[in-house]
Ligand binder design. Structure first.
Ligand SMILES: Nc1ncnc2c1ncn2[C@@H]1O[C@H](COP(=O)(O)OP(=O)(O)OP(=O)(O)O)[C@@H](O)[C@H]1O
Ligand SMILES: [Mg+2]
Length: 332
């Protein structure tokens, strides 16, 4: 990876942290989830116990990591952060678990990427706080059981369908984060604009909300790009004109679709006669990993009714076909 790229990723993470709500009061929307979490936290606090293990799932950028941080902060426990792909061997997880202290919160992001052998170490740790380690091999193998301190696991995933039943069932609370309403996204944009110290008029807030894919991260990303543009143009407020120019440059259309989204539609239309087409075939035509298509592009295209999942693959809906035809006409 080039140095520029690393720098770019660091900056991306910095502003994401800057805009990340630090408490429930700043966390906009998802009211039912917040209320349920409030009850879990208060009950555990009254009993002086660790909170139940919690799982958050939902599409990318909807606020799972943010909620995990908020819950950990509310418990007052130390937050230890890791992720599915970072835990490669059973020993990695054993080391993490044996280093936990009473009241700690262990956050495992992208938990669907844990392999099954490692998952099995988690079961007894979640259920009765014991870590079972097998010593030796074959007939002389022995199992050593270590008692772990009271801790809580918070996990997040964009792919709940990839979690095994036994793992899912060991969470005391499972919460789905849904796409946000336009009014919640508008609130998020207002809040972020204040933090980023940029003026934005109410029309522009509405326009960004409409192309945000109902997703806070996308709304924040567009807002940031708009802030750059007004800075370059020496203007002082983000307005509709500035957004018009921005959307042209970023190739964002009225539905919030970007270049790759439109390519998925046109691949389905032109190469697969509208589908159904298998995800593998779409992935190789698009030159994008299957998992990215499944977790980033496809959910929104399904949500707005342009494509559908069928038993034999993905297919354009009538609306999707119409839209794909309109896009290819515009290109000509
Ligand atoms: N409810 C919210 N209110 C205000 N801002 C939010 C909210 N949810 C998310 N955000 C903003 O969106 C950004 C993305 O949120 P977060 O990183 O928590 O998403 P995620 O669900 O963990 O995504 P991923 O699946 O990609 O890890 C955060 O930096 C935060 O600024
Ligand atoms: Mg996250």
């Amino acid at each position: 990876m080039s140095e520029n790229n690393i720098q770019g990723q660091k900056e991306e993470r910095n502003w994401e942290n800057l805009l990340r709500p630090g408490g429930f009061d700043e966390y906009i929307g998802q009211d039912l989830v917040k209320r349920s979490l409030g009850i879990i936290l208060e009950a555990a606090n009254k009993r002086k116990e660790s909170i139940d293990h919690i799982l958050f799932y939902g599409q990318a950028g909807l606020g799972k990591t943010t909620l995990a941080h908020i819950v950990a902060k509310e418990t007052g426990g130390n937050l230890k952060i890791t992720s599915g792909p970072a835990i490669e061997k059973t020993g990695d997880l054993a080391a993490i678990l044996t280093n936990l202290e009473k009241g700690d919160i262990l956050f495992i992001d992208e938990i669907h990427r844990l392999n099954r052998m490692i998952e099995e170490i988690l079961y007894p740790a979640m259920e009765n706080r014991s870590l079972n380690i097998v010593l030796g091999k074959g007939p002389s193998a022995r199992t050593l059981s270590i008692e772990l301190p009271p801790f809580s696991l918070i996990a997040a995933t964009t792919r709940i369908d990839m979690l095994s039943g036994p793992l899912r069932s060991r969470f005391g609370g499972t919460f789905r984060l849904d796409y946000y309403s336009l009014s919640d996204i508008a609130e998020i944009i207002k809040r972020s604009a204040k933090i980023l110290n940029v003026n934005i008029d109410s029309d522009a807030i509405k326009t960004i909300a409409e192309v945000s894919r109902f997703t806070p991260r996308t709304a924040n990303r567009i807002l940031k790009r708009a802030r750059d543009l007004v800075q370059v143009k020496n203007e002082d407020t983000i307005n509709k004109n500035c957004l018009k120019e921005l959307f042209e440059v970023l190739e964002i259309d009225n539905l919030g679709l970007e270049y790759q989204d439109r390519r998925i539609l046109s691949i389905l239309k032109d190469q697969f006669g509208g589908g159904p087409a298998g995800i593998g075939a779409i992935s190789s035509s698009l030159g994008e990993e299957k998992s990215v298509i499944e977790s980033v592009y496809e959910p929104y295209l399904i949500k707005i009714g342009l494509i559908k999942r069928t038993p034999s693959g993905r297919a354009l809906t009538d609306k999707g076909l119409e839209y794909a035809e309109k896009c290819s006409k515009n290109k000509k």
